[in-house]
Design a protein around this ligand. Structure first.
Ligand SMILES: Nc1ncnc2c1ncn2[C@@H]1O[C@H](COP(=O)(O)OP(=O)(O)O)[C@@H](O)[C@H]1O
Ligand SMILES: Cc1cn([C@H]2C[C@H](O)[C@@H](COP(=O)(O)OP(=O)(O)O)O2)c(=O)[nH]c1=O
Length: 213
């Protein structure tokens, strides 16, 4: 019989080109095959309003605090419409990025005061944090080469190496700050090796999430 699982919130993070999107489908399939009912979503976006904000955020120049506020506005809507209802229904939520991305990109990359970011986080989701965050980590040159090989670049992807160095450093700082939920994936490995590692980490979470009644 398929076990019943407590709801879990999983996020995917990393600098552009680290390989995050490549593995979301694998994780979704892996969990669904084991009987997990889930919602897969993304930020900025995930709702009708959020997708409109995403268009602005990825293509319009704006003040860095405007950018942070819009990221959190999109997130507020995403939590209200998608994340919280799914968790309340007992489902799992997988989000391609969440607040760690704001700390890393607007805080690390753009240099916004992290105390202001903490205030936004405390305002928008005082009681919600991911249960598990996969941080896909690669050297900048590897990420850049992967991006250049694949797609037209958006506003963030056109940033320079120092921006991504600061973004990556902030991600790694947060991973060290919250080791209980972060799992760093060395994304220079092959896709197959990464999937073996992801499966092991998911098995641990599944085992811990089996509902006892
Ligand atoms: N481990 C890997 N080894 C080689 N290429 C990879 C690996 N992971 C991802 N890629 C390739 O790099 C590109 C960017 O990956 P993607 O998952 O879109 O990155 P992200 O979502 O983190 O921006 C894609 O063409 C993808 O196929
Ligand atoms: C959620 C979030 C994303 N971002 C940026 C990171 C990415 O460059 C961009 C969109 O993320 P992403 O969905 O990873 O882009 P792609 O579709 O190209 O894989 O938004 C922030 O700067 N702050 C945030 O809070």
């Amino acid at each position: 019989m398929t076990p019943h699982y407590q709801p879990r919130f999983i996020t995917f993070e990393g600098i552009d080109g680290a390989g995050k999107s490549t593995h979301i489908g694998f994780v979704t399939d892996y969990l669904q095959q084991r009987g997990v009912t889930l919602v897969s979503s993304r930020e900025p976006g995930g709702t009708s309003l959020g997708e409109k904000l995403r268009e602005l955020l990825l293509h319009e120049k704006m003040h860095l605090e405007t950018e942070a506020l819009l990221m959190f506005a999109s997130r507020r809507e995403h939590i209200a419409q998608v994340i919280a209802p799914a968790l309340e229904r007992g489902e799992w939520v997988i989000s391609d990025r969440f607040s760690d991305a704001s700390f890393a990109y607007q805080g690390g990359g753009r240099g916004m005061d992290l105390r202001k970011m903490e205030q936004l986080e405390a305002w928008v989701h005082p009681h919600l944090q991911p249960d598990l965050t996969f941080l896909f980590d690669v050297p900048l040159a590897v990420a850049r080469a992967r991006l250049d090989a694949t797609r037209a670049l958006d506003k963030f992807e056109q940033e320079q190496a120092d921006f991504f160095a600061a973004t990556r450093n902030e991600y790694l700082r947060r991973a060290a700050q919250f080791p209980q939920r972060f799992r760093i994936i060395d994304s220079t490995q092959s896709i197959a090796d990464i999937q073996v590692q992801l499966a092991q980490l998911l098995d641990v979470l599944l085992e811990k999430s089996i509902a006892t009644c």
